[in-house]
Design a protein. Structure first.
Length: 366
């Protein structure tokens, strides 16, 4: 309520009228001079040009700071409601205290931009004198006499007309310069009111907003925390216990592989011994048998068993070497995955450190 009383209220129409009245009165003098109510010479082209400049001035008035400040003041309650909503939507808790991270300067700038067009205000002080100068040259061009006369008296008359036209043509430049000065006066006055209004709003809401220094400290603290977490993660990835577990896991796998290989070769040796005994028995049967046919049949049976033993030996060797290839392939793949993880972690550390240095450098500049 104190802020509302300090800001007060105003009537936009009265401010528009205040900016409008004097340029309109000057234009009225121009028209009265053309109609011979005043003893000033005013050609029709000067009246038209000054009227056009005055009409353009009327289009610019709604964007003058003095007029716009009244609209800004009258919309204080609406702005206050919008500002409270933005504050609630940007709350941040730091050290147990909640405040908003809203940049109130940016908020007010956007709010003022929606009420008045700064582009019009920035070009107004230059466009009116330029229009006046343009009007002067147009007026001179229109009143330019005919110099292709034969007599001296006629030439003197034409020169007199030219000088009279030049004199009245400068009225447009004078009017344009006057409008520029008039505009600048109310623009500066309005900007001072807008600055006072913004200062009151910031004072009223400063208790709900984090200041820039606190936010910068918080950003630095957050970056440091993220870097420490990343470093801890890297330490955990590269510590001795992790490497020991990694080595123990593959040593156990290698021991199991050796045990399986030893078992396979023991089985192969046993099968070879079995095959050797089968062949010896077959030879003994050949030497002791009285019936050659029965001996041949028995020999075939023994040879079939020998082939089966050889096939079992071959299959055992294939399984053994396949298992060796599989274990070695798993080790290579896991080592490749580990190397990829290390590379990614290294890149993350480098990017994080670069970002940290950029942020610190930016904060130091600010």
């Amino acid at each position: 309520m104190d802020t509302e009383r300090a800001i007060g209220s105003c009537f936009s129409f009265l401010r528009f009228l205040l900016i409008f009245i004097v340029p309109f009165a000057v234009f009225g003098v121009v028209v009265a001079s053309y109609l011979h109510y005043l003893p000033y010479k005013m050609p029709i082209q000067s009246v038209v040009i000054i009227g056009i400049i005055f009409f353009i001035f009327l289009l610019f008035i709604p964007h003058n700071a003095y007029y716009s400040s009244c609209k800004i003041i009258n919309s204080f309650r609406e702005m206050k409601k919008d500002l409270k909503h933005r504050i609630r939507s940007t709350l941040l808790k730091i050290n147990g205290e909640k405040k908003s991270t809203l940049d109130i300067d940016v908020f007010l700038k956007n709010y003022f931009t929606n009420i008045r067009n700064d582009n019009f205000a920035s070009v107004a002080t230059t466009i009116f004198p330029m229009l006046g100068i343009l009007g002067t040259f147009v007026s001179i061009a229109i009143s330019m006499p005919d110099f292709s006369v034969s007599s001296t008296e006629a030439l003197d008359r034409e020169i007199s007309v030219l000088l009279g036209g030049v004199g009245t043509a400068f009225y447009a430049s004078i009017y344009g310069i006057f409008l520029s000065i008039w505009w600048m006066f109310f623009e500066k006055r309005g900007l001072s009111k807008i600055d006072r209004y913004a200062a009151l709003v910031k004072r009223d809401f400063s208790q709900y907003l984090w200041d820039e220094l606190t936010l910068n400290h918080y950003k630095v603290a957050q970056m440091q925390m993220q870097n420490e977490e990343l470093i801890d993660s890297l330490r955990e990835s590269f510590n001795i216990h992790f490497m020991k577990r990694f080595n123990d896991s593959y040593i156990d796998s290698y021991k199991k592989l050796l045990q399986d290989t030893t078992y396979s070769f023991d089985k192969i040796t046993h099968d070879m011994k079995t095959a050797s005994s089968i062949i010896s028995s077959a030879l003994l049967d050949v030497s002791n048998s009285k019936n050659s046919i029965d001996t041949a049949r028995e020999m075939d049976k023994k040879l079939d068993k020998f082939y089966e033993a050889i096939s079992s030996l071959d299959r055992g060797l294939d399984k053994t070497f396949v298992k060796i290839d599989s274990e070695v392939g798993d080790i290579v793949n896991k080592l490749a995955d580990f190397a990829e993880i290390v590379a990614r972690k290294s890149d993350d550390v480098e990017l994080s450190l670069q970002d940290y240095h950029k942020q610190v450098k930016k904060l130091l500049k600010d």
